[in-house]
Write a protein that binds this ligand. Sequence first.
Ligand code: PBG
Length: 329
Amino acid sequence: MPERREAETRLRRLRKTEPIRRLVSETALTASNFIAPVFVRYGKGVTEPVEAMPGVNRYSVDRVSEYATRLEEAKIPAVLLFGIPESKDEVGSGAYASEGVVPRAIAEIKKTTPSMVVAADVCLCEYTSHGHCGVLKGGQVDNDATLPLLAKAAVEYARAGADIVAPSAMMDFQVAAIRSALEDARLSETLVMGYSAKFASSFYGPFREAAGSAPSFGDRKAYQMSPANSRQAMREIEKDVQEGADIVMVKPALSYLDIIAQARSRFHLPIAAYSVSGEYSAIKAAAMNGWIDERAMAMEVLTSIKRAGADVIITYFAEAAAGWLKEGL
Ligand code: PBG
């Protein structure tokens, strides 16, 4: 055998033509893994653009089905609902009111598009006057006093027909509290998707404008994770798994691909990655300035999230990306 020369390995052979490149592609995006976030608001007949997120709207309950129908036509299998109530109070009552915006929206969507998987975000921040994700005691968010309220909200959403409840408050034991409340209410079929590794991120800025949920004082660093920590992220995920989560989430996505990849190699349940508002708006803004190619950049980012190991991708590009996928990359 003649000795193999280094030069015989030419990786460019694998990139020669589009069909060859496609043939050896390791990662394929599909719309069937997308979840589209949806903002549902009080009022009637309202479709209101979110200024900081071009292309994203807030829909009143009576308008939300129109949007869900469009998503279904685009082959998006799932939505994640966020509620914007008419009024807020200290204890976030709107989050767990049985006639609140989210339970009503769930019922509407299930009526018009029954096969749409409906997930509902479970948190207090959109409903509290102070904008924190739990109730306050002595100027601090009180973990254990918040748990029953999150559990109550989750039960209301599940009762209204939600397939998935997704606690995002970053309270310790939130998954356990919700899981056991669902069992007690005989709603054992409802999935829990934990926002397990949720970081205190500047990428949430546009969302807070959309949902009017910016904290009125301080920040969320006493409950959301520090961007510096990955080992702690594994502990957060491990804990949600023990508490009975069906799906665990890493959020944001793009600055946390290492966390997604580590989680993928350690855990065997589905991993969701939430490509958050700031990731969306940054691409949109640059594209609107003509500085980058929106479609190419959005698809590159989504592909990288999938390659890192996410099974499920929550993205504001869901509808657009499904359209691009249909046209072919
Ligand atoms: C909290 C929640 C937030 C997001 C999802 N759930 C905001 C926050 O923690 O401040 C952010 C999502 C995004 O930025 O797209 N209920």
